[in-house]
Ligand binder design. Sequence first.
Ligand SMILES: O=P(O)(O)O[C@@H]1[C@@H](OP(=O)(O)O)[C@H](OP(=O)(O)O)[C@H](O)[C@H](OP(=O)(O)O)[C@H]1OP(=O)(O)O
Ligand SMILES: Nc1ncnc2c1ncn2[C@@H]1O[C@H](COP(=O)(O)OP(=O)(O)OP(=O)(O)O)[C@@H](O)[C@H]1O
Ligand SMILES: [Zn+2]
Length: 504
Amino acid sequence: MRWTMEHLAAAVIDVLVYPGPGHDQDPHDPGGHAYTHLRPATKTETPLMVEFVLEANHAADWVYRGEGGLNIVLAYNGSSPRFIGKVLRVRKLKTNESGYAIAPSALSEHERLVWKEVGDLLSASTKDVANHKYAHLVMCPLLGSQHVDPGVRVLVTKGFLELIHNGVLLERPSWRVDNGRVNTLLDSAILMSDHSIFQHAVHEEEVCISVEIKPKCGFLPTSRFIREENEAKKRISRFKLHQILKFHQRKISQISEYDPLDMFSGSKVRVAKSIKNLFLTPQNNFRVFLNGKLVFGTLGGEADDTNTQIAEQFEKTLKDFFKADDERGTRTPDFLQLVAGAVYESGILDRLLKVQKLDVFDIEGAIHAYYDVVSQPCAVCRELHQPTDSVIHSIPFDQRLKIVRDFLASLTAKDLSLMISFRPTPKGNTQSPSIYIESLDQSFDYKASFIDLDMKPLEKMPYYYKLDQEIVSCYTQMMKTVNQPEKSFLYQEQTPAIEDNSHT
Ligand SMILES: O=P(O)(O)O[C@@H]1[C@@H](OP(=O)(O)O)[C@H](OP(=O)(O)O)[C@H](O)[C@H](OP(=O)(O)O)[C@H]1OP(=O)(O)O
Ligand SMILES: Nc1ncnc2c1ncn2[C@@H]1O[C@H](COP(=O)(O)OP(=O)(O)OP(=O)(O)O)[C@@H](O)[C@H]1O
Ligand SMILES: [Zn+2]
């Protein structure tokens, strides 16, 4: 069906007036998630900066914990009570970055426009400070302060950062080393709670197992701006579509069975299925730590698919953790049940989903607003030969700003990770929340926290649009060849499906 200008105008006004199901008021969350939430914090309960300088002689106490595209995270291995139970997140300098990284200016002129309602964000002197304030002022109210520790900034010397850079080199995946290094030009880093250990342990000998899940986008877009040829986006999750492109680009060796739509479904059975699939194909979406040490998955990168050897090794680890008698068989199903139980019972993903759903228009709609915000002619209207006065270009400017702002906040929510830590609880001593595993006759207290709440750069919007189109067109190409398997890269190159080694 072809959309007339009137159809589109009505669609936009609909969404602007009625924020949609993702924005419904939650009776348990009277604050809601609308952007009225994003007022500048009047008072910050915790200081954003502590007066402490990490110098070269402190570097030996910090060990590699992991990394993503932009940061390296270090765990504390020393004895100072100030740092026990903390991690340090230091910014990387990408190999292809130049001036920006040397003098990382704060928000760009256009970002200042987008985030003008969050006044305190604008006072940030560097991008790094802005990112930290963003986690505190924007993401924390959206996701719930009980699930977010934005951390505090601590000063670091160049000597400290240089020693850290050298110290972690051998631990890092080599492709990450090629892509970037510790940015030794910065003077601060973020100190935050280590979510891979149970905070405030009652006894020193207490054991803790924790999982890290990068759930990705948990809903199907319904935006009327999605073009007809891209309809697949409305039926298949972004993660599943992206898997096909990643496989084609040889970034992954196997297409995962994990589907975020299961994870966010609110159905106990589907949540359990999604956890099992993450276990089988962890990629960069699933890790397990035992007392802060990685025992499943890969630090800083994509893990191999779970073969028999990996599954058996993990099973041994679990036997130590669960301390149940050996005759009872495998522990992996108990563990997966524990994780699925916490995800399901905590309801934490419902809250995350609401924030993800701030993306109402999809990139195919938001991109038009972007070009207006940055005062450039709309490259998408030009490419599609649409008149540049297309409907989004004609709504009030503040609403176009809101579309972009909501889109960016949603992107952070689609890329963050969830960490859940568990400790066995002595009988009759459970602290809320906890999960009871019947087969073990054991309860576990748990805590769930979100990590990686950085602001996504406004300037990357054309890239997001391009990637989105690349993902959907790769899928379309694959479907064209699906009746001619010999021509399809999927059929030519896919490795045989691994057996289910999870014993579940
Ligand atoms: O675009 P996506 O969905 O591939 O997400 C990127 C992630 O890839 P993934 O598909 O999860 O392996 C990507 O993860 P990896 O670096 O591949 O582990 C980053 O998280 C990236 O964020 P940023 O550019 O570092 O801020 C993420 O980019 P953003 O799109 O969130 O900026
Ligand atoms: N507070 C924390 N507690 C324990 N581990 C953490 C914490 N923060 C980060 N990590 C570990 O460090 C890794 C990298 O951190 P993070 O995701 O913040 O990096 P990033 O570069 O911002 O990621 P991205 O690629 O998504 O931008 C995480 O995958 C996790 O294993
Ligand atoms: Zn346009």
